[in-house]
Ligand binder design. Structure first.
Ligand code: MEV
Length: 439
């Protein structure tokens, strides 16, 4: 196949035609299929088209809601966007469970964001330190335009430090800058500031008299970019109750349950194979709310997993303890989130999700999302250490299997009834449906 030039300049229809012609046999069917996912409201479709380059259609994911989340005494219905069938049910289940035991507590521990100008300098360390000291006021003066609005909102640049990294990479230094971006995630703000810092370095180094000609020439900017590693932008979510109060329909022996639960968390603390899956379960809850609220789930993912490995070994993000007769379960998560800017006031579903949450500020959203992660983790460990995960998982997956089999509503009713008391597996459902069809 030929390489296509100017694809982005084609209209949406031309792009679809080109794909249909080059990659599919039944052109008309594929064109019809893609267009069937367009929204009838042209303005709304245009809005979505323009989020990215080369949009050809929409890709649906369900938006579900997990009600009954009590967080710091306030009740939320939490919007979740996710494809995995059991996640919303598990969140709702954990939310209800803890709503009867005092609810969740969440506390923002810190809100600092980071950005770096990575640069090379070959020369005297003392002189580069002297130079940075001299241009410190300029970093702020030259970014005054960019920071004005942020400062009005109480945020801005906190600190700009020179870091010597030459022991790890020859001639490598960085400006390590910290920011408070208030209710915005702040990526654009931080990157704009950093690029201006880099301009200051570039231009002022030419005039700095103490540098030799070689030192001046050696100062080269490599890149300026925010870091998604935010170990000082952390929120804690926690639950606790008397062990006896854990008793419920599913937990007959609360002491045994609490002990097994704590063991399961300890395993995730010391065993990386388990920690990764344990944390994946936390991210089921986190990502679903991050997506629903229009935040950058890739940034959150990379930030969270690097945090889980911050002490040199990948470990559990959550922890559990029994202290006297009390069960304690908590989670610390680095979450750089925004409730203004980005998609938050553009995407109609994001606007809906934020409104449903009572228009939270970034700190409140950090708390809600960390709680969603903790709830998800609680539900997963509860299932894993009691019934096993498959029972609930496959029950939720039943509808997907029935959809694959194109089951009629009559068949569905019979299947659902039958599997109320049977273990769901793909093959068991297939043979039951085949049996029904033969009858
Ligand atoms: C599945 O999406 C998530 C779990 O594997 C998490 C866990 O094992 O803790 C159930």
């Amino acid at each position: 196949m030929d390489i296509v030039n100017g694809f982005s300049k084609l209209s949406k229809e031309q792009k679809i035609d080109w794909l249909a012609e080059n990659y599919f046999i039944d052109n008309q069917a594929i064109i019809y299929f893609l267009k069937s996912y367009w929204n009838n409201d042209e303005a709304l479709q245009k809005l979505h088209d323009e989020f990215i380059e080369n949009t050809i259609t929409n890709f649906y994911l369900p938006l579900g809601v997990a009600p009954n989340f009590i967080i710091n005494g306030k009740t939320y219905a939490v919007p979740m966007v996710i494809e995995e069938s059991s996640v919303v049910a598990a969140a709702a289940n954990a939310a209800k469970f803890w709503s009867q035991r005092g609810g969740f507590k969440a506390t923002v521990l810190s809100t600092e964001k980071i950005g770096n100008v990575h640069f090379m300098f070959e020369g005297s360390k003392q002189k580069i330190e002297q130079f940075i000291k001299q241009v410190q006021p300029m970093f702020r003066e030259r970014t005054a335009e960019i920071t004005r609005n942020m400062e009005k909102r109480g945020g801005g640049i906190l600190k700009i430090d020179l870091v010597d990294k030459t022991a790890e990479l020859a001639n490598y230094y960085q400006l390590h800058a910290t920011f408070d971006t208030k209710d915005s995630m702040g990526a654009n703000f931080i990157n704009s500031c950093l690029e201006e810092f880099a301009n200051v370095l570039r231009e002022e180094s030419m005039k700095f008299e103490d540098f030799t000609e070689n030192e001046r020439k050696s100062l080269q900017i490599v890149m300026s970019i925010l870091s998604n590693y935010v170990p000082n932008c952390v929120v804690r979510a926690e639950v606790s109750c008397k062990i006896d109060d854990l008793k419920s329909k599913e937990i007959e022996n609360p002491k045994e349950f609490a002990e097994r639960f704590v063991q399961a968390v300890r395993i995730a603390e010391i065993e990386t194979y388990r920690a990764v899956t344990h944390n994946k379960g936390i991210m089921n809850g986190v990502d679903a709310v991050v997506l629903a609220t229009g935040n950058d789930f890739r940034a959150i993912e990379s930030g969270v997993h690097s945090f889980a490995a911050k002490d040199g070994k990948y470990t559990s993000l959550s922890h559990a303890e029994i202290v006297d007769d009390e069960f304690l379960f908590w989670l610390d998560l680095p979450l750089a989130l925004g409730t203004v800017g980005g998609l938050t006031n553009l995407h109609p579903m994001v606007k809906f999700a934020l409104e449903l949450l009572g228009k939270p500020n970034a700190n409140e959203l950090m708390q809600i999302i960390a709680v969603a992660g903790l709830a998800q983790n609680f539900a997963a460990i509860k299932s894993l250490t009691t019934t096993g995960i498959q029972q609930g998982h496959m029950k939720m997956h039943l509808m997907n299997i029935l959809n694959q089999l194109e089951a009629t509503s009559e068949e569905r009713a019979k299947v659902v009834k039958h599997f109320e008391s049977q273990t769901v597996s793909h093959s068991a459902v297939v043979s039951f449906v085949e049996h029904l069809r033969k009858e």
